[in-house]
Design a protein around this ligand. Sequence first.
Ligand SMILES: NC(=O)c1ccc[n+]([C@@H]2O[C@H](COP(=O)([O-])OP(=O)(O)OC[C@H]3O[C@@H](n4cnc5c(N)ncnc54)[C@H](OP(=O)(O)O)[C@@H]3O)[C@@H](O)[C@H]2O)c1
Length: 302
Amino acid sequence: VRVTVVGGSGFIGSKLVAALRQRGDEVTVTGRSAVTLAKRFGEGVGRVEWDPVQGPPPAEALEGCDGVINLAGESVASGRWTKARRERIRASRVEGTRHLVAALAAASDKPKVLVNASAIGYYGDAAHRALHETSANASDFLAEVCAAWEGEASKARAAGVRTAIARFGVVLGREGGAYPLMSRPFRLFVGGPIGLGRRWISWIHLDDVVGLLLHLLDTPTADGVFNGTAPQPVSNAEFTKELAAALKRPALFPVPPLALKLLLGGFAAVVLSSQRVLPMRTLASGYAFRYPTLRGALEGLR
Ligand SMILES: NC(=O)c1ccc[n+]([C@@H]2O[C@H](COP(=O)([O-])OP(=O)(O)OC[C@H]3O[C@@H](n4cnc5c(N)ncnc54)[C@H](OP(=O)(O)O)[C@@H]3O)[C@@H](O)[C@H]2O)c1
């Protein structure tokens, strides 16, 4: 199978590309810098320089490919959310996906499937409510970006390309994302819950992110939205308890939400939102989580 991974040089993409190659697929990765791609990937991986915001991809990005996985997007996690940054967060996803899908639709030899990343930011801050794939989107900045991003991806369906969208939760992996940031205070003996610890956290182990992307790529009936979150979301208090236990550290110091707002800027809205997401369609599609429980996932990361 030939697979093109758009934005494949990042945290999720690097692990995904390795998994695709491991099982014998031919992989092409696109990224904004040929130099970065060359550093990240060896001879065995096709590399195409493309900035998704600028316009449609060059023809060789999609030539002869059976499936496309789109992961590209400006990081939301670090630095201030200035006006320019917000625009990059939006355009890298919405305009980038629009350009990708226009090229898919125009290709004479179309890929069979587009698997597109999205995020549970789609649902906004939802207190204790259970969130399913069919729940409505919120109206804050990230929720609107996610809805528009998914809207652009979904246009591939009209061109006859099966379209599966994975709404990922907090991805737990050793080498990037939230886990190193969350575990650092605990390692320094100053970890603790956020406020009263009542907010819900919908997490997923990086191996399951890769597993789910492959499952959506391979399963001919997988179409529509799939929550990329483990079947057992937990409260922040529970997460704190499990993380402290896994790291063999105490959890003594509650973090005041205001401190996070000052420290994290726009990203604080993500950290402080409560999201209890359940992967109903994902489980119904036949995906079996390798790490269904937080304890197992954290043990796998230590
Ligand atoms: N990690 C998580 O916890 C999480 C949770 C929910 C959803 N997601 C979504 O899943 C996708 C992949 O996540 P990730 O953690 O692997 O992301 P990542 O490492 O931050 O970035 C993925 C790729 O996006 C490309 N990119 C970055 N800024 C860009 C810009 N301004 N314009 C165009 N391309 C840009 C980069 O490729 P080049 O520099 O090579 O161009 C990068 O390798 C993202 O879209 C993210 O929103 C992630």
